[in-house]
Write a protein that binds this ligand. Sequence first.
Ligand SMILES: *Cc1c(COP(=O)(O)O)cnc(C)c1O
Length: 396
Amino acid sequence: MDKFKKIEEAEMAILNTYKRHQIILDKGDGVYLYDTEGKKYLDFAAGIAVFALGYNNKEFNDALKNQIDKLIHTSNYYYNIPAIEAAKKVTSVSNMDKVFFTNSGTEAIEGAIKLAKKYAFVNKGADCYEIISMNNSFHGRTLGALSVTGNEEYQKAFKPLIEGVKFAELNDLQSVISQISEKTCAIIIEPIQGEGGIYPATKEFLEGVKSICEQNDIVLIFDEIQCGMGRTGSMFAFQQYGIIPDVLTTAKALGCGVPVGAFLANEKVASAMVAGDHGSTYGGNPLVCAAVSKVFDLFESNNIINNVNEITPYLENELNKLVDEYDFIESRRGKGLMQGLIFSVPVKDIVEKALDNGLIIISAGKNVIRLVPPLIITKENVDEMIIKFKEVLITL
Ligand SMILES: *Cc1c(COP(=O)(O)O)cnc(C)c1O
């Protein structure tokens, strides 16, 4: 196969929205990926924090294959067993009361926004529709989610977006307070900002926001699409902060590669929605829900969260050594297996060189290397990553 001919075919047929690396990935096994030329890569990106269980997990694959042979889709006019099982598991691990399954992260955000608006509409009136989001946040690419994404670059060509979105500064409670009015229906926060550059919220900040929400009957939405599903050392990051949102969004690792997301809510907020308010043809179909259900089973049987907590101090220590060793690495930020290395130089070339050297890493903003590996990594994998990474850093 002529790789560059294939890439040319891709560029002719696929809409130009990504600047892709010049490799074609072919298969995966554990924490390794292989391209069509047989080159092996250690993967510290997991398809953007998606493949938590590692590639080619036999039990996961078999569960999907079994469901494919049984029933792939039904529509939401009928019940199906995998959806019931998946719903019980995701509400149980998140301590939320109700779930709606979506086909992506951005759709989970759309649903969360609609739910918050409906709650405010019923309880506070039609004038209460404003949403406060954070600067530097990322919530998705569809128009509602884009409206609450604190990134002017992503928004500017697509205005007007939805009305009534205001932005505040993460970890600056005063900036949130200054945006509150009687019209505020929701506040949306990533407990750890992902795309924006791995910025964890402080406990004091989230506590402050929570108490504002309680005082003013404002819906608190946590977007855990990236930081949830075990990545930071608990099933959801909010569980470590000890601050419970009204609405929670998840996706990415929820289906470990099968496209599925979800928004969840406590009973108080969830009860605002009635039949006809929201829907999805595919959402929560038997195939994706068989995946979700198996993901939770495997998290438990493989002690995934224990592994995250065991590997994290080791990884952090190794990354801290890099900060000490290289002048152009300023600091490390993150929680669990969601880590950022802050460079004083743009990291685009570093990502490219790492790829050449058989290491898949991604950026988060211009100056941040983001490490979001499969959650099954071992200390040996960390060592291997550090060696490969240093081989690149030494050339800078
Ligand atoms: C990736 C991401 C989204 C969007 O998810 P998609 O599946 O790409 O639509 C939303 N919020 C956060 C925090 C994300 O990391």
